[in-house]
Design a protein around this ligand. Sequence first.
Ligand code: URP
Ligand code: ZN
Ligand code: ZN
Length: 469
Amino acid sequence: MATLIKGGTVVSSTGADPADVLIDGEHIAAVLRPGSHIAAAAEQGAEVIDASGRLVVPGGVDVHTHMELPFGGTFASDTFETGTRAAAWGGTTTIVDFAVQKTGENVRECLDAWMAKAEGNCAVDYGFHMVIGGVDNDSLKEMDLLVNEGITSFKLFMAYPGVFLADDGQILRAMQQAAGNGGLIMMHAENGLAIDVLAEQAFERGETSPVTHGYVRRKELESEATHRAIQLAKVGAAPLYIVHLSASEALEQVAMARDDGMNVFAETCPQYLHFSLEEHLGRPGFEGAAYVCSTPLRSRAEGHQDDLWRGLRTNDLAVVSTDHCPFCMKEQKELGLNDFRAIPNGIGGVEHRMDMIYQGVVTGEIGLARWVELCATTPARMMGLYPRKGIIAAGSDADVVIYDPDHRWTISVDNHHMNMDHSAYEGTQVTGHVDTVFSRGRKIIDNGQYLGRAGDGQYLPRGLSQYLQ
Ligand code: URP
Ligand code: ZN
Ligand code: ZN
């Protein structure tokens, strides 16, 4: 049976208009002018959902998640099943996760292992980027094959020496390869060698608490790496996408490159917009461990959060993703009780991105259309998923969220759906609520209930980034 979502305000990246949305099977059949003869005819034989007073937005596209990521002697606590279900609760209907290859490992075998983790388990559609942790002749050749198979973006690390770090020569070679095959290089831009020196020195001085993680991962070392990555991209003639940008100084580097006309893009994440080093990472005792992530949270006194909101308005920041990488406090974050260096890096937030960025609409930082653009349309275009994803338009997948813009509620570990024993957002009051979610035409969230099943989500081979074509 078809579904007609009637009476709502449909939001796209270009504006918000009253419209009715007709879903037929897995696709959007039509976006109709309310009151038109066609809209009236569409009601016949359809399930009609009254969306009056509510927003109708494309399902969110989160292009940076880490389900089951092995990190620091443990694994991110969300499986593809629990993490994608939580994503659905939060109005995200597509994720792009990172398959991981480390030095000495075979790229293809690693990708197969990640595919196996996800297959048959996801609540929403999913794709993969490939982490190239060991750049060598084999992995470079494999990049060409992967691009043709729908893995069109590759993450490199300038941080985590001995685990993921690629040196400048390796980075340049990977960029040259991407320049040749049309892929997009995604960069974790922090100077990991310098950070490790500062971290060891701090530890030897007896500074062991979580906040030290933020002090040693200095903003200069994010901006230096961002600058270096941009220069290498220029030499390699490759496009570049900076992940999880948190420092104003790194944003300045991106803005300068973009002003120069380079294909340099960047994302930030809700935690960098809403949290700070002082108020969150710097919490007493071991509480700050919940906020250990890399790049780190930045000082509010220095104004990074305001600069990031500005970057979202100017498009120097084009995407908001979550970098969802959850760890429980018990037995996971606690690995670093006596040494901040051993705290697994990551914050869980896949469920809260749409709501937390909507708070920017509530406070006037961004408009409704920009909210949708940052959380759905641009990520879909950036990662070769548009117009299948990221827009409500005839022919697109029927990934649709009915959003109540006035509903006020409080985030808590008691009402979230991520597999975590705490919430980094505990006690946060938000305005705006995901009421109903359709994933490829199937109603998977409604009336406070999850109606989907593990395995509903399909694998998405991706095209090239639209921003490079
Ligand atoms: O702290 C983070 N970001 N953990 C996940 C791994 C990464 O670097 O994205
Ligand atoms: Zn990273
Ligand atoms: Zn990440």
